[in-house]
Design a protein around this ligand. Structure first.
Ligand SMILES: Nc1ncnc2c1ncn2[C@@H]1O[C@H](COP(=O)(O)OP(=O)(O)O)[C@@H](O)[C@H]1O
Ligand SMILES: [Mg+2]
Length: 287
């Protein structure tokens, strides 16, 4: 029997495979934080929905091995993607957001998976090369927290990322953590686009006042030091948890809430930053 093995020159390298998938995606935006629990998944998933609300075609890729949760914010608990010969079909989320998550690859959501190095690498490669995103305006990527080896490996793989949103929370403890995340992003060549301060304040509807319940904001300090704009300050919303448990999307259920409005502002600022970056790139290319 004769087996036709394509010559090396014709075999797709990993790089060309990733390039091919990403070719039809306008912007790849990563969401990064120095530590877990600061609301990275909330920011990634709601930013995706907020962009979709503006009429963009959006995908969300959750690569957080430490507890992928972006799909939960989008009411996609226990969903599974369809797999065909041509690849993995992302799960359709609210407003048509296409979602693919490391959580969809685990046997069930309750069983924690101990991802060992090689498993992680092959899962990442699969998620980067085999998902049929189709053409998208934006792909939002929920990165693992921290700045360790794993994020480093990812950053090398995700060198096609156009920019990063850095998520932080108020408090002096968070300050050192976010500085490390910014330095890390720069080190691996990912351009920080903006800072998102989550749990920034609590808005009391009775008094109409904002309360800094987690301490004073350090976002201005970081913004000034690193010359990275603050794109949003997201309030704490005590109703968020109930909405997640009921598979509801607060952003869509309560579009006039302070939280939803903060995401509108985030999208406005993000689009402005990307537009002005495009403009300055065009100007420098033509001069
Ligand atoms: N602005 C917010 N208001 C209320 N709860 C929040 C807010 N941001 C995050 N949370 C809650 O905090 C927890 C951690 O958020 P998550 O986005 O999963 O963090 P990370 O991805 O950084 O680990 C979740 O239970 C989430 O519902
Ligand atoms: Mg998360």
């Amino acid at each position: 029997m004769r087996v036709n093995i394509p010559p090396v020159s014709q075999r797709d390298t990993l790089d060309t495979k990733i390039k091919k998938v990403f070719e039809s995606i306008g912007y790849r935006i990563a969401v990064l934080s120095g530590k877990g629990g600061v609301g990275k998944s909330l920011i990634a998933s709601y930013t995706a929905v907020a962009l979709s609300r503006r009429g963009f075609k959006v995908g969300l890729l959750d690569l957080d091995f430490h507890g992928p949760s972006s799909h939960l914010f989008l009411g996609l608990r226990s969903r599974r993607p369809a797999v065909s010969f041509s690849g993995i079909e992302p799960v359709e989320g609210p407003l048509g957001v296409k979602v693919m998550s490391i959580a969809f690859l685990t046997p069930d959501e309750e069983t924690p998976i101990i991802w060992r190095g090689p498993m992680k690498s092959s899962a990442i490669i699969q998620l980067l090369t085999e998902v049929n995103w189709g053409s998208l305006d934006f792909l939002v990527i929920d990165m693992p927290p921290g700045t360790g080896d794993e994020a480093l490996t990812l950053a090398q793989t995700v060198k096609y990322v156009d920019g990063v949103l850095i998520v932080t929370i108020p408090s002096t403890i968070a300050l050192g953590v976010v500085v490390r995340a910014i330095n890390f992003a720069k080190l691996v060549g990912m351009k920080p686009l903006g800072i998102v301060e989550n749990m920034s304040y609590f808005y009391c509807p009775e008094t109409e006042a904002k309360y800094s319940i987690f301490g004073n904001s350090s976002a201005e300090l970081i913004s000034k030091k690193f010359r990275i704009p603050i794109v949003a300050k997201i309030p704490v919303d005590p109703e968020l948890q109930t909405h997640i448990e009921n598979n509801n999307i607060l952003l869509l259920k309560k579009p006039d809430s302070p939280l939803a409005k903060a995401f509108d502002e985030l999208v406005d600022n993000l689009l402005n930053i990307l537009n002005s970056r495009k403009h300055s790139e065009n100007t420098s290319n033509s001069s």
